[in-house]
Design a binder for this molecule. Sequence first.
Ligand SMILES: [Zn+2]
Ligand SMILES: [Zn+2]
Length: 347
Amino acid sequence: MTTVAAYAAPAPKAPLERTTIERRPVGDHDVLIDIKFAGICHSDIHQARDGWSEGIFPMVPGHEIAGVVTEVGPEVTKFSVGDRVGVGCMVDSCRECDNCKAGLEPYCTGGGPVLTYNDKDKEGEPTYGGYSEQIVVGEDFVVRIPDGLGLDVAAPLLCAGITTYSPLRHWGVGPGKKVAVVGLGGLGHVGVKLAHAMGAEVTVLSQSLRKKDDGLRLGADHYYATSDPETFEKLAGTFDVILNTVSAPLDFAAYMSLLRLDGAMVNVGLPEEPVQVTLQSIFGNRRNLTTSNIGGIPETQEMLDFCAEHGVGAEIELIGAGEINDAYERVTASDVRYRFVIDAATI
Ligand SMILES: [Zn+2]
Ligand SMILES: [Zn+2]
């Protein structure tokens, strides 16, 4: 066991504070990662404040992890000391079900993946996330961060990046396709960059035009305010894919009317309450209303390689660990452009 410093929420809704946690010894197939940067995902806040389900406390959040390998187990073949690596939302899965074998570990049917924090590993020990100095992870759940992609701007790609990349790929986004991204926040801003890099014509649909300049700079071709009813008239039947990154409930019927034949509205932000939608609003153009989880490990690697090739990183605000609680307040108030990243050297 190694004792490492970390920031943890000691109890639901309690502010995060500096503490120490134990990391397991480096096993045969494990790598020890010196964490350099950890992104703050909105779901960290939900879980630390226990908005979704009963959390495991103390909780060390963080599933957007970028760092450097400092030790490898004797059976490790994919990584060496000094490699730049990332860890996202999962650190293990059953590895035996059809979905795991297909590299779709988020959809593991053998009990689901082991999440990076707020979960228990196969030994029944609680998992602790990236707001810490080091982490030990099996090599199969570690991905390589290509040279040329800064570790700080790469960290948020491990959740925000793959969460948006996976549905864009699944729904065939590329040249000639029209994509709308709903919400220009932590997920949305990466979604805009990715869809643009994939060659699609990108439109941002945001409540107001407050971030229009940013949206166009990030790669959007068009920017509309959803508070303006004319937006929905003007854009009726336009999009092949609508990527909805907003967790608040929307008027789904209004958004479905913006899709063309066989278009898809993919929801990656999940409202806590049930949503209402009429099938009539989907029926007209054989539309799809669907969701998407994070991507599997092979696709996460593909996403990072794609981002390095196209110069896509997150827009970040780097903070010290002592600022985590303030950052949580600001994320809740949508006051961040566009992702807080913790400099792990300050933990
Ligand atoms: Zn996340
Ligand atoms: Zn499985």
